[in-house]
Ligand binder design. Structure first.
Ligand SMILES: CC(C)(COP(=O)(O)O)[C@@H](O)C(=O)NCCC(=O)O
Ligand SMILES: [Mn+2]
Length: 917
């Protein structure tokens, strides 16, 4: 297939499925792919919706990508090179009683009939011509007519047990998705052009929960089976490939009895009551029978529950004499223990050590998980372990999602999508500015922002907006609160009364009605990591509560300034203000949630926190908050670049005779190298993520600050390996070192940082015959330069420098120059190339376990890595070890970090050089 055609269908690519298909839109940023529903008449009775949306095609820097692919030999073998686009797997839930909201939602997102094109189409439909939505659970039957009537779609019923297993396998093992690729041919007829198989892998899905402590479990995918899956809905199903057992005492029992006995209005209210309960007033304990004593002979403590609700028979009390809180707790413990016990017995029956619990009965409730864990531990004498799943409530819906009938497998490709960003994005409303939403006529209105679900719907905008408006108002109402995890809840073995149940409820993302798994194509482990298994990206340990609190405070304090900048970056419109508020709300909710439970979204590091902020901005359609600041600083820096290069060049090679005369081997080279490193460190001061630096910017111009920063560059720096690095670069004595073959320069900020700091350093390496790959962010984060922006910056710099120009041409960065060549490439160019690759990140730090495939490919021949900036060289990777030489350069722009990490002060510098060990 020719490239032109590929580009054509790139724009019009459609993923479709056997029973329901969705088309993408060129006008909008995300296209829906498929959807399925699970209704469960359970605990609270919820409808769960799962659908996939594809990221926007990023076409703009396609030429750079093409050169990078050619240069690094990235290919799909003899498979066709279909673009593999990342996307998001969305998890949405609705109360069954609000089925109309669910229908409005599906309709507003056009999930039932495909994208925004005026001609929506279905690859396959039901025999009567309707589109199909996969559905499982009781609702698949109950709502079939309603769906037909309101949306014109048929519900294709999937077996619930099969779906649960498929859903759990998907989460635990990663799974294969088969997607059909469609394109329009010249006559606008849709044709299938192939199949694609996607492998989805999700980290930090399973965890244990004992005595208030959550711990993620690394699942060995080759050793996952067999396991017992216990799905606690209204009833309880225990599944080992097929339903092997169950119990009628489940979530429905808790809710049903609880409702009758306490008059609670909702499942969550009942659960919340249990937080304040004391079950000893109702349960008969061993001590009640044995005069306050333990029954040591059979290992039962006095506080063990001998009989749930047992005290109620021996006392002449009426229901009204018992506190609803105590009743709720007693019920919860009775049911949770029972489920834990029966589950263990079934695990024993089938010889299974691992038991996964799912279903909405649990809904992230710490005490419930502790109680189940305790029961499993207790009855198995510590042999078996209860594990829980982050997406516990969505197993059935996910399973149905996976069940879309597979097409023929010809022309199959396997690609891996990995979870990049394990955050549930909360749905949160914002203060309303300006006209009511229904009157807003702008593209990209609140719809998508608040819902975190995607993108403006140009065609059904009014419908979408009115639906959103409703949601804004109902936000908190719909967002079910989940009780807080009290530390050490169960005390001595789970039969104790919870010691601290707390009176507050947390804003739990697991209870928020929307969650998102971000799936990125082909993220790989950086091949130059010395020991990927031991690699831990984050330097600061956020499990230290003081650290956590400090960084939360920093981020909270930045917030209002960030919102102002974000709103301004979108023109300060009413819509932007609304989104700004919604962003602040959502981000604060995330912070609050993580403060209560740091591991809520998986293991938490500073890199995740900083990326969360960027991700939240993106969710609310703030594409690039620092765009104009970056442009301004790039322009100012590019204007002074020729002077800087001239200054560097004035430090020319002195004649060997002269050097001999003054008794120095390489005076000028050394000065130049030092000037270059100083320059890179000094320019790292331009960091809009640092509070202290931002204050500085109000006091002077870019050039003034840059000059001041350079003047302050006094050695020794707080971490100063310059002399060792210099020796490697310039040699000592008569030894002339070989130049590096290829250097990967992980660049940081726009403006002076990249233009006056890293580009001159790159130029020096190029001059020595080293290939240079500039590694930059895939997505904007603070004022970091992105891979998309770098070619223009380099092109501008190249106007003033022959070395950069030739290298950029050789690396395919100067596209116009390339076009002038006969073969379209500069493979034959004598100059060493300068290239740009994206790193796969959207935050200011970098987790080298997940980098773009182009970076992984570029790393192949690299023998020097230069990591620059606080985010990439200090917050992350400070302790990382590599298979090749590494230079870590950063200015520390935070007093506390300076004290902790390098026993220094703010604005101190780090120049850490690590030879190959
Ligand atoms: C976000 C950053 C890591 C960016 O630093 P950079 O990588 O650009 O050098 C850094 O600015 C930071 O840690 N800021 C928060 C702390 C503060 O405001 O002091
Ligand atoms: Mn930065």
């Amino acid at each position: 297939m020719g490239e032109g055609k590929a580009e054509g269908w790139l724009k019009r690519l459609h993923y479709a499925f056997s029973s329901i298909s969705f088309s993408s839109s060129e006008l909008t940023s995300i296209s829906s792919s498929r959807v399925n529903i699970e209704e469960n008449a359970v605990a609270g009775s919820l409808i769960k919706l799962v659908y996939f949306s594809r990221h926007q095609d990023r076409l703009t820097n396609d030429k750079r990508k093409k050169t990078v692919k050619e240069r690094f030999g990235i290919s799909n073998g003899n498979r066709r090179s279909y673009p593999i686009l990342g996307g998001r797997l969305h998890f949405v839930k609705f109360e069954t009683s609000k089925i109309n909201e669910c229908l409005d939602f599906i309709s507003s997102k056009q999930l039932h009939c495909g994208g925004m094109d005026s001609h929506c189409w279905h690859s396959e439909t039901s025999p009567n011509g309707n589109a199909l939505i996969k559905a499982t659970g009781g609702g698949a039957y109950k709502f079939a007519d309603l769906f037909k009537e309101r949306l014109g779609v048929s519900l294709d019923k999937e077996d619930e047990m099969d779906c649960l297993v498929a859903g759990a396998n998907f989460l635990l093992k990663g799974s294969r998705l088969f997607l059909s690729l469609f394109e329009y041919d010249e006559t606008s007829v849709l044709v299938t052009i192939g199949m694609m198989e996607l492998l989805l892998a999700i980290r930090h899905e399973a965890f244990t929960h004992m005595e208030g402590q959550k711990e993620f479990v690394q699942i060995d995918q080759n050793d996952l089976f067999p396991y017992l899956l216990v799905n606690i809905g209204s009833g309880v199903s225990m599944i080992k490939f097929e339903r092997v057992s169950g119990t009628n005492v489940g979530g429905g029992t808790y809710w049903g009895l609880g409702r009758l006995l306490t008059k609670c209005k909702s499942f969550d209210e009942l659960l919340e009551l249990s937080q304040r309960g004391d079950n000893r007033t109702i349960d008969m304990l061993v001590g009640d029978i044995y005069g306050g004593m333990d029954y040591n002979k059979i290992g039962l403590s006095a506080t063990t529950i001998a009989s749930s609700f047992g005290k109620a028979i021996s006392e002449k009390k009426e229901l009204a004499d018992y506190r609803p809180e105590d009743i709720s707790l007693s019920l919860l413990r009775m049911i949770s223990y029972n489920i834990g016990q029966i589950s263990y017995l079934n695990a024993l029956r089938f010889g299974l050590k691992r038991i996964f619990f799912g279903g909405f009965f649990i809904r992230g409730h710490a005490y419930t998980m502790d109680t189940i864990s305790f029961a499993v531990h207790f009855w198995s004498k510590g042999e078996a372990q209860a594990m829980f799943l982050r997406h516990e409530g969505f197993l059935g819906a996910l399973g149905a999602f996976m069940s879309y009938e597979k097409h023929g497998l010809d022309d199959l490709m396997v690609h891996q999508l990995v979870e990049r960003f394990p955050m549930g994005a909360p749905y949160t409303g914002g203060k309303i500015h300006g006209p009511p939403l229904g009157n807003l006529n702008e593209k990209g209105g609140l719809a998508l922002n608040i819902m975190v679900l995607g993108r403006p719907d140009l065609i059904l905008e009014s419908l979408l907006i009115s639906w959103m408006e409703k949601f804004v108002q109902k936000g908190t109402e719909i967002t079910a609160p989940v009780p807080m995890a009290p530390p050490g809840t169960t005390g001595l073995g789970g039969f104790e009364v919870p010691s601290s149940k707390g009176g507050t409820l947390r804003s739990d993302a697991s209870a928020l009605n929307v969650g998102v798994l971000h799936l990125e194509p082909t993220l790989e482990v950086f091949p130059l990591l010395a020991d990927p298994k031991m690699y831990e990206p984050n330097t600061i340990d956020l499990s230290d509560h003081n650290e956590l609190e400090y960084w939360f405070t920093v981020l909270s304090e930045h917030l209002s300034d960030l919102v102002d900048k974000a709103v301004a970056s979108e023109g300060g419109t009413d819509d932007a203000k609304r989104r700004g508020d919604a962003f602040a709300h959502a981000f604060s909710a995330h912070l609050a949630r993580l403060m209560e439970e740091p591991a809520a979204y998986g293991k938490l590091g500073l890199a995740n926190l900083l990326e969360l902020r960027e991700e939240c901005l993106r969710e609310f359609q703030f594409v690039d908050v620092y765009r104009s600041i970056k442009q301004r600083e790039n322009e100012a820096s590019l204007a002074v670049l020729p002077d800087l290069l001239a200054e560097l060049d004035s430090m020319t090679e002195a004649s060997p005779f002269f050097l001999f005369l003054i008794g120095i081997k390489s005076f000028n080279n050394e000065t130049r190298l030092l000037t270059l490193i100083e320059g890179a460190l000094a320019a790292n001061i331009f960091d809009w993520g640092s509070r202290a630096c931002v204050e500085l910017y109000h006091k002077g111009t870019i050039i003034e600050i840059y000059r001041m920063s350079r003047n302050k560059m006094q050695r020794p720096w707080q971490v100063d390996d310059f002399d060792v690095f210099k020796e490697r670069m310039l040699g000592s004595g008569d030894k002339k070192p070989h130049p590096h073959k290829r250097a990967l320069l992980f660049v940081d900020n726009s403006g002076a940082d990249v233009v006056l700091g890293m580009l001159p350093l790159a130029r020096e390496l190029l001059r020595r015959g080293t290939e240079v790959v500039l590694v930059a962010n895939s997505l904007p984060a603070l004022n970091d330069a992105t891979a998309m922006e770098l070619p223009d910056i380099v092109a501008e710099a190249a106007k003033h420098c022959d070395i950069l120009r030739k290298a950029a041409e050789a690396g395919g960065l100067l596209v116009d120059a390339m076009i002038n060549t006969s073969d379209g490439s500069k493979e034959n160019s004598s100059s060493v190339p300068l290239m740009v690759v994206e790193n796969g990140c959207g935050g200011p730090c970098i987790d080298l376990r997940q980098v773009s495939s182009e970076l992984a490919a570029a790393a192949k021949d690299a023998d020097l890595i230069i990591l620059e900036g606080m985010g990439r060289a200090l917050h992350t990777n400070f302790n990382a070890r590599f298979k090749c030489e590494a230079l870590k350069l950063a200015m520390v722009k935070n007093q506390r970090l300076a004290e902790k990490l390098i026993k220094g002060n703010i604005y101190d510098c780090v120049c850490r050089y690590e030879p190959v060990s």
